[in-house]
Design a protein around this ligand. Structure first.
Ligand SMILES: *Cc1c(COP(=O)(O)O)cnc(C)c1O
Length: 364
């Protein structure tokens, strides 16, 4: 018997949204007839500028990428008004969650998260043998004052996704600012801003990094959501140079691949794609929220590119909608068995999704 790490016995596995091809094989249905609104991907596809840049770059994949991602860091730094030394790139921002785990967690450590937090935080903590303090949600969102009170001498990291996934909730501005200032200096605050670009008026925490005001803060961003590059796996962390230097030691040399770097660089210039995606998202959210009100389905008002809706038996409705070629996300894994999460699609996808929901959902 291999002496596998004992944490593996109880480590939960992440349940991703089901790929279109997998569902197509299972249902014996052409992939073109299936829509996926399960993983908060960009319904308009990747940025066209990124696609054009990829086409040029693809012939160069015999070479290793620039392990230091000089151009991408330069451009991000200029955009954000920080130094490249404030940036670390990840194979998706998920990898940065793992970096901070490596840097700070051990079996005597603890992380603080909110009920209904992003599933990866507790998984990574448990992987390092750390324990997880879950603070009960307030209206499905973070109860930041309670999270502050939950910090103990063993706490190493507090994770806050804002907007939160899977609930789409946003913490009030004043509460967030107070929280950021109150987290003790020896506890790392991870602010996961994967959905920041979908907000109309986000709290800008970058000045705290730029000015070196909070050495215990890391902001995480991703190209997976609004930029439409989920398949390439690229995201970044923004923090004080001391912390970034530590994470850079943990990072594998070529974690951000050549195509990912190329596409991200080009996507940053694609203001039109971002504008169009954001606009579509605002109207798609309004479409679903209005429809749910009419159908008298409970939902959580969302600030992200997805919406959580209470459908009765979430697993059942998920399966029935899937039979109709609409892949959503069941929420049993998040202790929300009565709910599904729907990503905002194109207007056509939204209509189709709503029709499938109406056919399969018996309101509670
Ligand atoms: C989608 C998402 C991410 C980003 O994941 P990538 O690894 O960058 O694709 C990070 N945090 C949250 C909360 C998310 O929902």
């Amino acid at each position: 018997m291999l002496p596998l790490s004992p944490v593996l016995k109880t480590l939960p596995t992440y349940q991703p949204g089901r790929p279109i091809e997998e569902v197509a094989r299972e249902l014996g249905m052409p992939a073109e007839n299936i829509i996926k609104v399960a993983s908060n991907e960009n319904p308009f596809g990747p940025s066209p500028l990124a696609l054009a840049a990829l086409q040029k770059a693809i012939a160069g994949v015999n070479l290793y990428p620039d392990g230091n991602a000089f151009y991408l860091k330069q451009k991000l730094a200029a955009r954000l008004g920080v130094d490249p030394a404030n940036l670390v790139l990840g194979n998706g921002s998920n990898e940065i969650i793992e970096f901070v785990g490596h840097a700070l967690l051990a079996p005597d450590a603890d992380i603080v998260v909110s009920q209904y937090c992003f599933a990866i935080y507790p998984i990574v903590a448990k992987m390092f043998g750390a324990s997880v303090t879950v603070v009960p949600a307030r209206n499905f969102g973070h109860d930041l004052p309670a999270m502050l009170r939950a910090i103990t001498p063993r706490t190493r990291i507090v994770f806050v996704a804002n907007p939160n996934n899977p609930t789409g909730t946003l913490v009030p501005r004043e509460e967030l600012i107070h929280f950021v200032n109150e987290v003790p200096a020896d506890v790392l605050l991870v602010m996961d801003e994967a959905y920041l670009e979908f907000l109309s008026d986000p709290v800008d925490l970058v000045p705290l990094i730029r000015l070196g005001a909070r050495k215990n803060l890391i902001l995480m961003r991703t190209f997976s959501k609004i930029y439409g590059l989920a398949g390439l796996r690229i995201g970044y962390g923004l923090a004080a140079p001391e912390l970034i230097a530590a994470l850079e030691k943990i990072r594998q040399p070529f974690n951000a691949n050549l195509l990912a770097q190329t596409a991200a660089l080009a996507a940053l210039d694609d203001d039109e794609h971002v504008r169009k995606t954001r606009q579509n998202n605002f109207s798609g959210l309004e479409f679903f929220q209005q429809a749910f009100r009419e159908l008298q389905l409970e939902f959580v008002p969302s600030f992200a590119n997805f919406i959580l809706v209470r459908v009765g038996d979430g697993q059942k409705v998920f399966s029935a909608m899937q039979q109709l070629g609409v892949i959503t996300r069941p929420m049993g894994g998040y202790q929300l068995p009565g709910w599904i999460r729907i990503s905002i699609g194109t207007p056509k996808e939204n209509e189709r999704c709503l029709e499938a929901l109406k056919k399969t959902c018996v309101p509670v």
